[in-house]
Design a protein around this ligand. Structure first.
Ligand code: UD1
Length: 420
């Protein structure tokens, strides 16, 4: 397995272009199953999760072509049975369920696998689909779903930790071809859900309330092909903003959408980081001494759970006590133990991490446990004295396009070590 070797202590300087959003492109690719016509998706990031989704679509019978950052999908004739092992491996693949049911009224897909960040149930997805008239059984690791027809309904999608992002995407995609009107209360408001709705609207879907917790979908008979440009990745942008502040550098993030990142930018400013809007770019630099901040992760527009680990990497460098509370996923602190290998002082008390920042960091071999945890280790490695080897970086390749190349271009001393 490849690893990254980082020699820390170099402030990041320069320009980085933000790639298309992973969490937007995955459901958008799934949505291409809703029409027999050709769909063209632009600003598609080169990520292993995206390649994986392409394989899943192809295994269902779709023709998938990638050229540069454009992916073309034509799902002229598809089947409703997904490859068990392909789907099981990637959580995001659950969002093929809604489109398959809408198009074929039947689907057989494996339950998505567990994950180190928590149990990640799909009860809300299934509850929403049942409300639309789908009969669902879970048998031998498969979800078996059938419906004579899908019928619009009023439904509440809120769960223990608030709305569900992929659950909302799934129900919207099932409802666009259902008979009648579907009203979703407690829908996820994430920009990635908005981007999916914009793509569906371009395909001929009728959706209102996009970006709010109440979304109304009026079913249509069929959808047509469409072209769409994916939004820039707000989590990638936040990661580079934090890396710039952590290394005491100055980085301009091209394409970063400040309006999707307010919770993160607000916390960065509170911790003393300077963030300036410059047209379609954001310039980030550390303004002076860093200040500790308390953070609680929440559904959008709150502080994103996907930036919690990276923010912890910044807080371990910040003199004083910061409290980071995780409200979305119950086990999302696996990075804390690895950050402690580098010298960080962190204690976990239930859903909160208490960070006593400002201790000197020194490089060590560390293990990436999930996508965002890996990014936190890279940021800490960039600041630690000496060499840090981040192992198991296949997690990073799932969600960050060419992270090592982008960091190198900003001056980082970072090398990918390929396992022979
Ligand atoms: C998506 C993102 C992931 C992000 C997460 C939260 C993608 C591909 N992934 O994941 O990067 O961290 O949103 O912003 O877009 N829940 C239930 N029942 C369900 C579904 C979810 O209880 O049926 C719970 C989850 O356990 C969690 C919370 O709801 O506590 C939010 O999860 P959810 O929004 O569904 O996450 P994903 O859509 O899987």
């Amino acid at each position: 397995m490849d690893s990254l070797l980082i020699k820390g202590g170099v402030p990041l300087h320069g320009d980085v272009t933000i790639s298309g959003a992973k969490n937007a492109v995955l459901p958008i690719m799934a949505a291409t199953l809703l029409t027999a016509e050709k769909c063209v998706i632009r600003r598609v990031p080169d990520l292993s999760d995206v390649k994986f989704m392409g394989k899943i679509l192809a295994s269902l019978g779709a023709e998938v072509k990638a050229e540069g950052d454009t992916v073309t999908v034509q799902a002229a004739k598809i089947k409703g049975v997904g490859d068990y092992d392909l789907i099981r491996k990637m959580r995001g693949s659950i969002c093929i369920l809604g489109p398959l049911l809408a198009r074929l009224h039947k689907a057989k897909v494996s339950l998505p696998g567990g994950c180190v960040i928590g149990t990640r149930p799909i009860d809300l997805h299934l509850k929403g689909l049942r409300a639309l008239g789908v009969g669902i059984k879970v048998e031998s690791g498969y979800i078996l779903a059938t419906a004579k027809k899908l019928t619009g309904a009023d439904l509440f999608l809120g769960g223990r930790a608030g709305p569900t992002v992929l659950g909302t995407a799934n129900i919207i995609m099932a409802a666009v071809l259902a008979e009648g009107v579907t009203l979703i209360e407690s829908a996820a408001c994430e920009p990635e859900v908005m981007d999916l709705c914009n793509f569906l609207t371009a395909m001929g879907a009728k959706i209102t309330g996009v970006g709010s917790p109440t979304i109304t979908i009026t079913g249509v008979k069929e959808l047509h092909g469409a072209e769409h440009e994916v939004i820039p990745d707000r989590i990638e942008a936040a990661t580079y903003a934090i890396a710039a502040a952590a290394t005491n550098g100055e980085v301009t993030l091209h394409g970063a959408r400040a309006e999707h990142m307010n919770a993160v930018l607000d916390k960065l400013r509170e911790s003393g980081v300077k963030v300036e809007r410059q047209g379609a770019a954001l310039k980030v630099r550390r303004g002076g001494r860093l200040k500790p901040v308390d953070i609680t992760t929440l559904p959008y527009a709150g502080f994103p759970t996907d930036v919690q680990a990276q923010m912890m990497a910044l807080m371990i460098l910040t003199p004083g006590i910061s409290i980071i509370t995780e409200r979305i996923f119950e086990s999302r602190f696996t990075h804390a133990a690895e950050l402690m290998r580098l010298g960080a002082d962190i204690s976990i008390e239930g859903p909160s991490a208490i960070v006593k920042g400002g201790k000197p960091l020194s490089g060590a071999p560390v293990m990436a446990s999930d996508l965002r945890a890996s990014a936190a280790l890279v940021i800490a490695g960039l600041c630690a004295k000496g060499a840090t080897q981040v192992n198991r970086i296949y997690h990073l390749d799932r969600g960050y396009e060419k992270m090592d190349d982008k960091l190198k271009a900003l001056g980082a001393r970072i090398e990918r070590v390929e396992e022979t």
